[in-house]
Design a protein around this ligand. Sequence first.
Ligand SMILES: Cc1cc2nc3c(=O)[nH]c(=O)nc-3n(C[C@H](O)[C@H](O)[C@H](O)COP(=O)(O)OP(=O)(O)OC[C@H]3O[C@@H](n4cnc5c(N)ncnc54)[C@H](O)[C@@H]3O)c2cc1C
Length: 368
Amino acid sequence: MLRDAVRSLAEAKIAPYAAAVDEEARFPQEALDALVANDLHAVHVPEEYGGAGADALATVIVIEEVARVCASSSLIPAVNKLGSLPVILSGSEELKKKYMTPLAKGDAMFSYCLSEPDAGSDAAGMKTRAVRDGDTYVLNGVKRWITNAGVSEYYTVMAVTDPAKRSKGISAFVVEKSDEGVSFGAPEKKLGIKGSPTREVYLDNVRIPADRMIGEEGTGFATAMKTLDHTRITIAAQALGIAQGALDYAKGYVQERKQFGKPIADFQGVQFMLADMAMKIEAARQLTYAAAAKSERGDSDLTFQGAAAKCFASDVAMEVTTDAVQLLGGYGYTRDYPVERMMRDAKITQIYEGTNQVQRIVMARNLP
Ligand SMILES: Cc1cc2nc3c(=O)[nH]c(=O)nc-3n(C[C@H](O)[C@H](O)[C@H](O)COP(=O)(O)OP(=O)(O)OC[C@H]3O[C@@H](n4cnc5c(N)ncnc54)[C@H](O)[C@@H]3O)c2cc1C
């Protein structure tokens, strides 16, 4: 029922703008409005804070169905979970009440600030500093590649509180867009997910109350990594949705397009490609849903499964969207058809929330 409801909404209110959002590289406001109106913008927020209280699998289905028509728009529910999960996992009751309620209502979005210009895969090498001053912390630094920067009201920021302790000297904080000293860089000019704003976040002597720290001092990196264990599954869902969207389009196209006097769907070479695409998508879906169940239960092998689902599903999305372009021939290579956008959008799923090389490092360290 959830899938049907999200699919109808996505097809009616999000799909019609997907090409324009990509072409104009603009924020998908229509998608945000539709998602908020239907309480689908941050479904993971628990009911006690006014949220829909969706479990990890339901959240995956929402993201998958939105990504099927517009990957940029699927980053609204996905990044709202990524940004706010550190507070849900490790924050005080006061922080949860203060920040989850506006998020659940759709009055504010949440971003996640881990990466920096010189700290990507090696996130613990970050330089952003948070220095305690009485009952405040003062933050200075640059966060890079921040999804929904400028649009989000709230930011989970990881910063160094004790440089001598490396990852154990990193703490997490909630920073608000309106805090003095917060500003944003120019939007990045990207290959895909052009509707999703990616900008730098500058922290210039940003003074915040000490109770905005998420959890204890020195636990920020652990919280950031624990968050990714759960949210990599949402990137797997996004990849899955993009791949399904490409397969669905290609499946329709091959029945219409005629060459050699018959629909190209009649050629076994084409049928085998479609069969492989569907097979890979189904394998990615099973892995992703199983990982979502593990996320919900907090199983001990979640780290492996989350990394495996993200890595596998994103590789599948890249293969399937590339094959979809192939099945449309020259037409697939143009912006008159959606599959080239899907192929460009798929690429990011192999890069963010840890590149697929990093996922393999994570899997190798946590072999079942
Ligand atoms: C559109 C977009 C949105 C993003 N959104 C966010 C966000 O909201 N919040 C946030 O914090 N970050 C975000 N990121 C950052 C993203 O997570 C990083 O780009 C990613 O982790 C890779 O870091 P990097 O770009 O510095 O690449 P690097 O770490 O420099 O990696 C370069 C290459 O080296 C490889 N490599 C690095 N180390 C190893 C190793 N040990 N073994 C093998 N290979 C290795 C990588 O896999 C990659 O192929 C976003 C990025 C993009 C492009």
